[in-house]
Design a protein around this ligand. Structure first.
Ligand code: UDP
Length: 241
């Protein structure tokens, strides 16, 4: 597993999907869940880990729902991007309440509530120990926040991409449908491709593979899931070169 680069702190990109912000099966914000996440990030930042978090919005709206809603796809995608702003502001508030400095940076222009994403400024925040909360995805419709996580992870020179989900990691088949599904503890990028396993969307996965950015897929519902995954403990599935 990737470890701290010599002479520097470990820098992680944490991708938190929208469901990580909602009550189980719900669509609105579960602020208790957000607070628990903030407490884990506090532990990591106190250890000197630099944390950039890309926030999803699926608990509120995903562009893929556009047809059901009767909304144009691009409009629904912008609504999804705005949903990530709502989640990101909630996380920032929970962090600040725990004494952890944070900055919300957006790929879409919502300057009354957050900073625009500027790479060098984001790097400066990270160096100063602030949690950088990245919202608005990539700022363009037809992408996902997984793609944003991979892109920002590479752009910000992160050592590891932690993909927080509601399942334990990558399985050989859908564990919801097959009782005998097996969880992989580690995989190479090529094995994921050869076995057509679902890790992230293709754009995101290709970016990580081409730039040798290791991914850990893990269950964020576990009490210390984020901390354990960051520490390289045996949780979830590690995908690396
Ligand atoms: N989205 C987009 N461009 C981006 C990132 C997100 O259009 O760069 C939209 C897209 O509609 C997506 C929604 O925002 O469905 C919410 O993001 P996502 O589905 O990735 O959230 P998650 O599944 O992680 O909760």
């Amino acid at each position: 597993m990737a470890s701290a680069p010599s002479g520097g702190n470990q820098r992680i990109l944490l991708k938190i999907s929208g469901e990580g912000f909602a009550a189980e099966g719900g669509t609105t914000l579960d602020i208790e869940r957000v607070r628990r996440l903030a407490k884990q990030l506090k532990v990591l930042t106190r250890e000197g880990v630099e944390v950039a978090a890309v926030i999803g919005g699926g608990n509120i709206l995903r562009g893929a729902q556009s047809e059901d809603l009767g909304i144009a796809r691009a409009t629904a995608d912008y609504m999804g991007m705005l949903a990530t702003v709502i989640n990101g502001l909630a996380l920032s508030d929970a962090l600040e309440a725990n004494g952890v400095p944070s900055r919300v940076m957006s790929a879409i222009d919502v300057h009354k509530v957050c900073e625009p994403f500027i790479r060098r400024r984001a790097l400066r925040h990270l160096e100063k120990g602030r949690v950088v909360i990245l919202v608005g995805g990539l700022g363009s419709p037809y992408f996902t926040t997984d793609s944003a996580a991979a892109q920002r992870g590479v752009e910000l020179g992160c050592d590891l991409l932690l993909k927080a989900t509601m399942v334990d990691g990558v399985y050989d088949k859908d564990p919801q449908k097959h009782a005998d599904a097996t969880l992989f503890s580690s995989l190479t990028f090529d094995q994921v491709l050869d076995q057509r396993l679902q890790v992230m969307d293709q754009t995101a996965f290709t970016l990580c593979r081409e730039n040798a950015l290791p991914i850990v897929v893990f269950n964020m519902a576990k009490e210390k899931g984020v901390i354990q995954a960051c520490h390289g403990e045996k949780v979830g599935t590690l995908i690396s070169t």
